[in-house]
Design a protein around this ligand. Sequence first.
Ligand SMILES: Nc1ncnc2c1ncn2[C@@H]1O[C@H](COP(=O)(O)OP(=O)(O)OP(=O)(O)O)[C@@H](O)[C@H]1O
Length: 627
Amino acid sequence: MSATPASSAHSGRAPAAPDARALARALRAALALAFRSSPGVLVWHLGVTLLSAATPLAATWLVRDILDALTSGTSTAGIAAPAAALAVVSTVAAVSPQLTGYLRARMMRATSLRAHEDLHTAVDTFTGLRRFEHPEFLDRLRLAQQSGGLAPSQVVEGAAGLTRSAVLLTGFVGSLAVLDPVLAVVVCLSGVPVLWAEISLSRRRARTYWDISPTERREIFYATLLTSVEAAKEIRLYGAGGFLRGRMLRERRAADALRERLDRSELRIQSALQTAAAALAGAGLLWAVGAAARGAMTVGDVSLLLAAIPAVQSGIGGLAGELGQAHHSLVMFDHYVGVVRLGPDLPPPRRPGRARPLREAIEVQDVWFRYEDELPWVLRGVDLRIERGTALALAGVNGSGKSTLVKLLCRFYDPTRGRILWDGTDLRDIPPAELRARVAATFQDPMRYDLTARENITIGELSSLGAPRRCAEAARLAGMHDDIARLPGGYATLLSRTFRSAEGDGSDSGVQLSGGQWQRMGLARSFLRADADLLILDEPSSGLDPAAEYEIHARLRERRAGRTSVLISHRLGAVKDADVIAVLEGGRVAELGDHRGLLARAGTYHRLFTLQSSGYRDEPEAEGVRP
Ligand SMILES: Nc1ncnc2c1ncn2[C@@H]1O[C@H](COP(=O)(O)OP(=O)(O)OP(=O)(O)O)[C@@H](O)[C@H]1O
């Protein structure tokens, strides 16, 4: 026996404030991602940033030289050199923002593309379903999607900005120190609270984003409902638009209240810092004017000082801002790194095995299962043996655990206790992709992909994408070939009313299928896996008309003959041919046998079967049977 708890590692639980090690890990990952995505652009970007950082300092010193030369009566030829240099520096200063902007945008596109690819590749390795049912993981995934595209380039921007501010600051602090070392120290010390404030603000920002994430996801959910074609019928019929809109706005207001709180803190802190900076600059100006009046400074020195004080202040502000932004980006990027490095969700095999063609049987041994530790048991000690080449049918009332059992057969979850064996090998020891390649399944609610008819079928077996005959054969078996052939573009018709057709089939928009037709598309998808060892059919015909249901079941019987299959159906007429019928009740196998045997037992199967068949007869109620 083994247990698979829904641990926090499974859910990808996110710490709200990552520690220094996590930030260092995020920094390494962000820089590596930016470098892998666009190494050339990154180097150019940093080069241009350094160059542009040096221009204000160079311009200030050149202006000082020109002013001092003018006031000391230097010849025009002596002024020409610094004037020409100033012209070059000004040109570089004028051009570099455009160049930096272009390089930044290029780098952002490249890193964003790479980050999306890496994130979705990682998510694709989550072979189970548990993570996708964890709200906390979904919150983290959303932040990862948001930050993954932006954060690496923001971190690089931060690094470039830090370099720019550091170069600027060093130059101007040096210049101030030449004029008055005490003033230089005072101006530098004034930067400490600015730095502290920016870091603490960035922490608060990250916390707010984390707090807002679930609220925003709910807001998006309501907004999507209000605009989706699937929900439009019911919302209009029940007049539920106002109710859902109210819910959406409530979520928006809750998120806005958190944003407002953050904005107010920023306003308070930033205003206080700006006031202090202005006071310091004013004091410096008064001192410089006094010194010039006493003849202790030249006009050039005053101009240098007037440029240096605000430059040092804005340099410190810039440095603090860049640090705060980089810190915030790293905190957000930590969600991305967390998801990308989460690793497989199903535990690794203890004794790695292979999914070989089924030779004997699939055995379900004392399987207990619940979706979460705190949720009730769904399966309670199920024992079943599915012999190769036989058909097992699962029957039972709603919620008795039938679909859950077939999800375990596909290993979307592992049993909480007990095990499932494939020819004696525990499913936990078989790579999920190998196992699933041996299974063909149609689920209760097959996906309706906004893709063409051909793609909707071949997605069941992508190797058949270039084999239209296989696709048509599967559609024929599911009774869909004629319907598809009548569509405006045949198999190339887009099955969607949400997107425009891209296949040039003559019509601008695609078509929508009926519920029963979609169900047949799901069947066609699984029929593509003609040589699958196990065929799973979960309510394959609930949406079909009686004639179609009869025809599909006749075909399914043919296809199941001699093959291993598991069929779930509430239409008991469809399950009566199965070799073995298991009736589930409250997660237990309450009855097991063939149709005749179960009828003779006069238990639940007998009751359900008689009840259902009485509905087809012209009698009010079958004798002796109560619902
Ligand atoms: N993803 C899930 N998370 C939590 N509980 C779930 C989940 N899926 C199903 N359940 C619960 O498990 C129980 C069994 O559900 P299951 O879908 O297996 O029943 P079923 O026998 O197939 O029902 P039906 O005949 O209605 O299809 C139900 O009580 C359901 O609420």
